[in-house]
Design a protein around this ligand. Sequence first.
Ligand code: FAD
Length: 482
Amino acid sequence: MESYDVTIIGAGVVGCAVAREASRLSLRIAVLEKELDVACGNSSRNTGMLHAGFTYAPGSLKAACAVEGNQEFDQVAEELDVPFKRTGKLVVGFDEKDEANILKFKRIGEINGVKGMEMIDRKQMDAIDPNAGGSFAMYVPSSGILDPMQYTIALAENACKNGVSFRFGHRVERIDRLEDGWMIHTSQGDVRTKWVINCAGMYASQISAMLGYPDYPVRGFKGEYYVLDKKAGRNMPIPIYPAPNEKGGFATHATPTIDGNVLIGPDSYLTDDFEDYKVTKEHMDGLYRDGLKMFKEMKREYFIRNFAGIRWKIYDPATGENKDFVLESDDANPFTVNLVGIESPGITCALPLARRAVAILREKEQPAPNPDFNPRREGIRRFSEMSLAEKEAAVAADPNYGEIICRCETVTRAEILKAIHNPLGVHTVTGIKNRTRATMGRCQGGYCETRITQMIEEELGILETEVRYSKAGSYMFTGKVR
Ligand SMILES: Cc1cc2nc3c(=O)[nH]c(=O)nc-3n(C[C@H](O)[C@H](O)[C@H](O)COP(=O)(O)OP(=O)(O)OC[C@H]3O[C@@H](n4cnc5c(N)ncnc54)[C@H](O)[C@@H]3O)c2cc1C
């Protein structure tokens, strides 16, 4: 039976951030994840904004972690070798009500410590982005954009290199208390551990109850998105958000992605299905209508894909009010840290939350530092982003850089090979996609997907019938026809 000092449940951005922070200490650490890769939950189903922190209640954990996470991110991105742009953000208004709401949250932002926010008029907006809708705006310089999947992968790879074991396909089904820790029963056997850190995202309330904490009431706010082609991205230098409502919520916004596409969305409606990620025509039509108000250059011909995510908020059934993030450790449930309700801005807050979670464990256990901890991690260098001279040098050093596998995104065989041999041992097609962008272009994998599956077979020495697309059971082929 496997045995650890610390077991983290869930390999979303929060679990991977906790793993990375815990790997600074001399401890045996594992992450249990029910899916076959990191970032298979909402950590891959979001806008990828590094939020500034102006819509969260002063004094809340959300506000503190958002401002802290925002301010430190240039250094984090550099250490983990992940792309990041501090684009700023325009929060645009059309009328007096919008102006009142924007000013209300500007004041809240100032209390929270958000720097540099300023009101600007249409002429100043035009200088920043003539395609932004609205008559006036608040300019928020500290907002930024990142790739949430690359970020989660980077946190996990760094944790892994620093000694953390990742166990994919391990669904936690029951947890029993022992005298000196916990026995975790998973879909692939039992794991004994002293500490448990609950980072199970949408299922965090269920794990919370297994550990003796409340089964916190949650409700899901589903949001659908359109992904627009990079042609649209050329006309969008900065995220454009509508004025928040009185509670700080935003309707459909338009956001450039770090790779040059544009996201329109999310909208927001209630769901009680934990993993209902289907998209609907009704909502796509709504996104087009509302998206046009933010991004005047929006055209239907730019649409290449859609997806959905669900913000699981904990709330008070008596008042109906949404609540702050929960981060707790109760001696009645010894050796546990319970993180529940980590909805937006969980990407921005992941490392600050992780530091707080690990501080609890450090205080109780006082473990020695990990003498080999290295905060740095190297990502897969993109051929498409190299200069001509760099491309020539790359091909000379490794001829696999001379073969393009994904034509839309210019991804080479060398990059796919690096992704197949990733440190976490992830072997799905979406795993390759999330690490390289192959299949993410205009043709959405029509050209390269079969070539990638063939490379997976050859490199791993497996049969075509064993290649999986993303989830357990998502086998792609039943055999060869010729
Ligand atoms: C539409 C939308 C837009 C958002 N936009 C932003 C944004 O722009 N900026 C920002 O900062 N935040 C944003 N967020 C919030 C952010 O995406 C989440 O807060 C964050 O991804 C939560 O990470 P997590 O690790 O807690 O959860 P998840 O990513 O859901 O990870 C939880 C993991 O636990 C695993 N798991 C669950 N149960 C078990 C079990 N029993 N056994 C084993 N594994 C289990 C799941 O498979 C999953 O991989 C957005 C969220 C949504 C939905």
